[in-house]
Design a protein around this ligand. Structure first.
Ligand code: AKG
Ligand code: FE2
Length: 380
């Protein structure tokens, strides 16, 4: 889940520099698409489903409420491939474990000692903001280079024709832990590393939980997805920074794409909207809900579910007034692990739609920059 190139031609100027200097808008940023330009502000109000994870207990005889929620999850994922994650019951105030209803989501979080508190999510947001607020010179200490894709930078430039995104980003591997590169983990703002570490542990267990409930919603054995992905699943964090843009009608913060991940979990900006999902051929704005996480599936979940679940196309629009910050965490299989449609989802009524794939994310950047969808290459 990375949108990373195999071969980089050059690096472009940071968008923040363009935004500060008030330079004339470079033509490479102008989005050209017969259908979609000029970029229209979306009139469509949210119809993004909301899922309450705390309703999904693991008891052997699920309650009616739970079955309803599982059905809601299944229909959300087969319709639009995304949902807002609601977790009131395990949103602890100040991380203290309260007297909570019995449900395995909570028990699992407790077992590993991680709850998500709203104040913790605020801290995550604050350090993300704090990083992008640092002077450019300071941030550049963590810069990406032509052969180092992790770090601080923006769009890699592969071709002259490439349309660039109006965003800068900080991109870091967070799991497995022994793959981290501490040198490019910012030690500024204060607490950044510790908070990212803590957040990535939460993301890891949250993803495991999601794999389980997704499998159950399809009447599959709980580990059907997770076991395909291996023990050393890869997790990457991408902090996105979208400065105000002089021409939101011509420029996108992030071009339309589907994620190459299995699942992506996004902590959106607390106030500024911008993320839009293509649902039934319309761009639908994902509303900002304080302390909610937004979950969208990536191509590899569409493949494992044999096309039942969708990996949605989404984009980010810009605005002239306010900057926007988001943190996207991509969950990928262990490298070299082959993944494919789960056996139980292939049969006479539902023929196999996808080949087995491995190292799926290696090639996606090329497809992305050429405006193509990688998942086409996995179709039978
Ligand atoms: O900024 C966002 O809300 C979404 C980012 C995104 O789609 C991505 O990083 O792949
Ligand atoms: Fe994305």
């Amino acid at each position: 889940g990375s949108l990373l190139p195999a071969k980089v031609v050059s690096l472009s100027k940071l968008v923040q520099e363009l935004a500060i200097n008030g330079d004339e808008l470079p033509p490479q940023y102008i989005f050209r698409d017969a259908k979609d330009s000029p970029i229209k502000a979306s009139p469509v109000l949210s119809s993004i489903p909301v899922i309450d994870l705390s309703l999904l207990s693991s008891s052997s005889s699920p309650s009616t409420k739970e079955e309803e929620e599982l059905e809601k999850l299944r229909s959300a994922l087969s319709w639009c491939g995304c949902f807002q994650l609601f977790y009131e019951f395990f949103l602890f105030q100040d991380s203290t474990m309260l007297d909570l209803p019995r449900s395995y989501s909570i028990l699992e979080f407790q077992a590993i000692g991680h709850g998500i508190s709203s104040s913790f999510l605020d801290e995550v947001h604050e350090v993300s903001k704090g990083f992008f607020k640092l002077p450019l010179e300071e941030k550049k200490k963590y810069s990406t280079t032509v052969d180092e894709m992790e770090g601080y930078g923006n769009d890699y430039v592969l071709t002259e024709e490439q349309i660039l995104d109006w965003s800068d980003r900080l991109f870091l591997f967070v799991h497995p832990e022994d793959q981290r590169k501490p040198k490019i983990w910012p030690d500024n703002p204060n607490g950044f590393r510790e908070i990212l570490h803590e957040y990535s542990m939460i993301m890891k267990s949250l993803a495991e939980l999601l794999y389980k409930v997704m499998a159950r919603s399809l009447n599959l054995e709980e580990n059907s997805f997770s076991s395909q992905l291996g023990e050393r699943k890869k997790i990457l964090a991408r902090f996105n920074y979208y400065p105000p843009c002089p021409r939101p009608d011509l420029v996108l913060g992030l071009k339309p794409h589907s994620d190459d991940s299995v699942v992506t979990i996004i902590l959106q900006d607390k106030e500024v909207e911008g993320l839009q999902v293509l649902i039934d051929d319309q761009w639908v704005t994902v509303p900002t809900i304080p302390h909610a996480l937004f979950v969208n599936l990536g191509d590899q979940m569409e493949i494992m579910s044999n096309g039942i679940f969708k990996s949605p196309v989404h984009r980010v629009v810009t605005n002239t007034e306010r900057e926007r910050i988001s943190l996207a965490v991509f969950h990928d299989p262990e490298p070299e692990k082959e993944i494919g449609p789960v056996d139980g989802l292939v049969g006479e009524e539902r023929p196999r739609l996808f080949k087995k794939v491995k190292n799926y994310t290696d090639m996606t950047f090329e497809y992305f920059q050429r405006g193509k969808r990688m998942i086409e290459s996995a179709k039978i």
